[in-house]
Design a protein around this ligand. Structure first.
Ligand SMILES: C[S@@+](CC[C@H](N)C(=O)[O-])C[C@H]1O[C@@H](n2cnc3c(N)ncnc32)[C@H](O)[C@@H]1O
Length: 264
């Protein structure tokens, strides 16, 4: 899958892939391309660029031994965000006990945590996405016991979980740039991320890892760290910000902006 912002980028990426596959000796059976528009309502499904057009548009891929279902006919997103690969590996390596995955989409972070033995709570507005998440659990032979899937608005749910005394040692905050939540409430990441993180911090166990991630180009890791420092100030929590290696296919400045907070 090649995601691109314009024709020139697409040409460069296709040429790079061709050169790399010739040296690596790995020829992709199918290549899909996807245009990344600035506005959500200009989003279109991926396009088959090369390969057998009669093959089914659903398939299963394996990453670090974990299976994920993809559906190239499901709309703009096929089911797995490739730029989160290193973060999924980090989730697994952290071996959390209880993970809260907000804006969970197809629950790939939850599956990675469950594979490491965690109980998980996955929240998304879209029941359809959560059903695909359940499919990902089943694909990996993980029983649903110990895993909850909540179709609802994260911003409503966080205080609700707090009032029930629910606490987590790993929290994923990977919201969209813009959306309409319950009752048509407007979500704009630059404006509302601070409130989201504030509410999430109420659910953090004494030792908790929090992943902040966004596709919003205005929020780079430095801006995320500034926001995090502002939010944790006065909360008497110590926070470390470890830096992890980026993946070769998503060098710094491409893909989503990510910040890990290790809260104590
Ligand atoms: C960027 S995707 C998350 C990707 C996911 N973290 C992953 O790595 O697969 C954003 C998701 O947020 C969901 N969403 C948007 N607004 C929401 C809200 N207010 N509460 C819960 N989910 C929301 C969308 O349905 C979508 O699945």
């Amino acid at each position: 899958m090649i995601s691109h912002k314009n024709d020139a980028a697409l040409e460069t990426l296709l040429a790079g892939l061709e050169k790399w596959s010739a040296t690596a000796g790995w020829i992709p059976a199918r290549i899909f391309t996807r245009f990344l528009p600035l506005k959500n309502d200009e989003r279109i499904s991926p396009i088959l660029h090369s390969g057998d057009a009669t093959l089914p548009l659903t398939t299963v891929v394996t990453e670090e031994g974990i299976r994920y279902a993809l559906d190239f006919a499901a709309g703009y997103s096929h089911g797995l965000f490739l730029d989160q690969r290193m973060n999924r590996a980090k989730v697994r390596a952290l071996r959390p006990k209880r993970m809260l995955n907000t804006f969970a989409y197809t629950c790939s972070f939850s599956v990675a945590a469950a594979m490491a033995g965690a109980e998980t709570v996955s929240v998304d507005l879209s029941k359809k996405s959560l059903d695909r998440g359940k499919q990902n659990f089943a694909l990996n032979g993980i029983a649903e016991k110990g895993h909850r899937f909540i179709a609802g608005d994260t911003l409503d749910l966080l205080p609700n979980l707090d009032s029930h005394g629910e606490r987590f040692d790993l929290i994923i905050l990977d919201p969209p740039t813009f959306s309409r939540g319950s009752n048509g409430r407007r979500w704009q990441v630059e404006e509302h991320f601070v409130d989201l993180l504030g509410a999430a911090l109420e659910l953090a166990m004494p030792k908790c890892s929090i992943l902040l991630s966004t596709n919003c180009t205005k929020l780079n890791p430095a801006a995320l760290e500034q926001m995090s420092r502002m939010c944790t100030k006065g909360r008497r929590r110590t926070v470390d910000y470890p830096r992890f290696a980026t993946s070769v296919d998503f060098p710094t400045g491409t893909g989503s902006s990510t910040l890990w907070m290790m809260v104590r």
